[in-house]
Write a protein that binds this ligand. Structure first.
Ligand code: BYC
Ligand code: FE
Ligand code: FE
Length: 471
């Protein structure tokens, strides 16, 4: 199904047929472009960037690469096409036809889910806006910008749903997406991880590994929605998410590789002496980004989540592949909880434990990625293993936010936490060290000293390809 690029707003939803909607979106478009100019990648207006553009929503339609200026990137509205008669696959409406319009009784809940999802997209662009000034290579700079324009398009996807299905409320919500800002004390972004700073490239790589992966799991659950336009929007967004996580995994992997090469070639443990980032420091960044990302799954036991499921609005990860009755009324699920001064488990109703189940799926997926990082370390003959901290470590949401825990999941006092947190999380000094390495490298084919070169170029380009041309 091809995308019509001759229109002001490229789309595959026949926007032409709905003049009111088209006009509403065309009114929003200049505000979006102004936001991009003000809070998108710093000073990047005139750069020519080797970007990938969707030319169609089927997988083959992806392979279109060319140098474009980011403000000219054709942000638009792409939904995975309707596949036959889709049904609602879980909850109390299981077996009914999927909704093409918002069911009146679930309007508030759906709006809230779409707003929460949409809010994260521009937030991440805001968080990353200064990174272009300190890129470790043109290859990395291009990847950053590719992620940014796609997050911008994810905002478009949610704004389309708001405009098309929520009338005046939806238009107001769409405007507010551009009024809240990451870290703004008066109008912050909705979820805390999106108010944290992304001040350096190590943080960026960790963010795209851990936080974009939350995006994958949330989008996958929304892709199961009985509200078909939401499901189809999220399906298409998921195809882009894979690249964001690739950027994170390969980025961290290359920092690991460089650290190990320094250790091996110089027979030293003092990676900093050679301008690299030591594995212990990577572990602290990992601990930080993992812990703020697991918060994004909400409370362990949540009536919101139970309701979303029951109503057929938000499913489980790969709902239709799970072999059960998809109503969960009589089922239970094992959830971690505080038992006196240790962390144990308890059986909870499966419906209220939906968030925790998704968090479990997410953690298992993170672990696979960390295993692949450990393979790199092993292959270079270094004796070190990166580990994922316990889910109770450094939490701001859920039952563990009331306690302090070590990365091994041992409950400790506030005093011990304060005395020891610099062992587990990046200290000011650690962050300053990483920042001190952030000097731009913009000569084609060159890499900053703290990161190894990628195994291959984007779209098979040669290492010295000019991914970004500054004008
Ligand atoms: N921060 O019942 P609970 C992405 C609130 S990332 C602040 O557990 P629920 C991306 C909660 O609102 C994916 N507040 O909540 C990645 C509730 O408030 P009320 C983003 C939080 O609703 C990288 C109360 O605490 N998508 O796409 O079950 C780059 C009780 O909590 C937080 C989505 O999140 C928090 N972390 O679960 C770019 C999907 N957690 O009702 C993009 C849509 C909870 O007491 N969102 N609260 O006022 C949802 O599905 C759910 O809203 C959540 C929360 C899973 C986030
Ligand atoms: Fe996104
Ligand atoms: Fe993403």
């Amino acid at each position: 199904m091809s995308i019509d690029y001759s229109q002001k707003i490229p789309n595959n939803v026949n926007l032409n047929d709905d003049r009111r909607l088209q006009r509403a979106l065309e009114n929003w478009q200049p505000n979006y472009l102004k936001w991009w100019d003000d809070l998108g990648p710093n000073g990047s207006t005139d750069y020519d960037v080797y970007l990938r553009t969707a030319v169609s929503v089927d997988p083959k339609g992806w392979a279109h690469f060319e140098h474009v200026k980011m403000p000219d990137y054709r942000w638009g509205i792409f939904l995975t096409p309707v596949e036959g008669e889709r049904q609602i696959n879980f909850g109390q409406h299981k077996g009914e036809a999927a909704w093409q319009e918002v069911p009146g009784e679930y309007r508030g809940e759906l709006r809230r889910l779409i707003v929460t999802q949409g809010d994260t997209e521009p937030a991440s662009v805001e968080q990353q806006r200064a990174l272009g000034k300190t890129c470790p290579s043109l290859y990395d700079l291009r990847n950053l910008f590719q992620v940014n324009v796609e997050e911008g398009r994810h905002l478009w996807a949610m704004v389309y749903l708001l405009h098309a299905h929520f009338g005046r409320d939806g238009r107001e919500e769409a405007d507010e997406m551009l009024e809240r800002h990451s870290g703004d004390p008066d109008k912050p972004r909705i979820l805390q991880a999106f108010n944290e700073e992304t001040p350096d490239w190590l943080s960026f790589f960790m963010f795209t590994f851990f936080t974009d992966r939350d995006g994958k799991y949330q989008l996958a659950s929304l892709a199961e929605s009985g509200f078909d336009p939401l499901a189809r929007s999220c399906r298409f967004m998921l195809t882009e998410e894979a690249h964001h996580m690739f950027v994170g995994e390969s980025g961290v992997g290359r920092v690991i590789k460089r650290a190990c090469e320094i250790m091996r070639d110089n027979k030293t443990d003092d990676v900093r002496a050679y301008g690299g980032i030591e594995l212990e420091l990577l572990q602290k960044y990992l601990n930080f980004h993992f812990s703020v990302s697991v918060d994004l799954f909400g409370q362990e036991l949540s009536t919101n989540a139970a309701n979303f499921y029951n109503m057929g609005l938000k499913g489980r990860y790969q709902e239709t592949k799970i072999d059960d009755n998809h109503s969960l009324h009589d089922d239970s699920y094992i959830v971690s909880e505080i038992k006196g001064d240790v962390i144990g488990t308890t059986e909870a109703p499966a419906l209220t434990a939906i968030n925790e189940r998704l968090r479990d799926d997410y953690i298992a997926d993170c672990q696979l990625g960390v295993n692949r990082w450990n393979k790199i370390i092993q292959k270079l003959g270094i004796d070190f293993e990166l580990t994922i901290p316990h889910r109770a470590f450094h939490r701001g949401i859920g039952s563990f936010s009331s306690i302090n825990a070590t990365p091994d999941g041992k409950i400790i006092s506030q005093a011990e936490w304060e005395a020891r947190q610099d062992e587990w999380l990046p200290s000011n000094e650690d962050r300053e060290y990483v920042l001190s390495l952030m000097a731009p490298v913009t000569e084609p084919g060159k890499m900053a000293n703290w990161i190894a070169a990628p195994d291959r170029g984007i779209n098979n380009q040669a290492p010295e390809f000019e991914y970004v041309r500054f004008n």
